[in-house]
Design a protein around this ligand. Sequence first.
Ligand code: PGA
Length: 252
Amino acid sequence: MRQKIVAGNWKMNNGKGETKNLITELQEEIKDLTLDNTRVIIAPSFINLESAVTQTEDTKIEVVAQNMHQAKNGAYTGEVSADMLKSVGIRTVIIGHSERRAIFKESDEILAEKVNAALANGLEVIFCFGEKLEERKTDNHLLEVGSQLRNSILHIAAEDWSKVILAYEPVWAIGTGETASPEQAQEMHAFIRNVIAKKYTQEIADNLSILYGGSVKPANAKEIFSKPDVDGGLIGGASLKAVDFSSIIKAI
Ligand code: PGA
């Protein structure tokens, strides 16, 4: 069954103490919510994953990683492997965030390798993609998203889709305060679901959670989440405040 998901991408924010405090506050905000078929996810930095996993045991909060390297191990200074993530209790990893693509030059080919490595290691993948402003302005957004999907994830086996969450994040909406309209999000999400249905099966497409990301805030979350093909959100800035993140969770 398709799940609703609200995921907070903390990016390079929050040291050890801040991580602990934010989790404590978030837990306090959401502990009495009935979250039927709804997952609450946070993605702290690598260095705080283990403590966050321990702190969130027996809570409704799941801890995931923001990235991983595709190699099993070896001479990759500064990188973290799937095995390392699993060794501290991580079961899900974000791959392909637009900041990884733009700042760290991760290509579609590299992202395809990361997707393969994560799935082969039994990790669930939150796969991010989305068009740039220029592509939106020139009406090439569907083409661009179709190509990002084709180049990095549409090769996986049908059975692996139960271990994938997609996150559509138009680059022009990330951290800019500008959000896709609920109609723009719905158009894209329906398009994505259709791509999956055509390449795989309608059942796989129907069971797939597709999140929207890009300046989701307490004020706009409900409207975006009300669209039939939007199954939740990947939240950056607003996930750094427990009250804001929890009110987005309540909007799902
Ligand atoms: P934002 O970030 O909510 O701050 O726009 C979203 C993201 O990068 O996942």
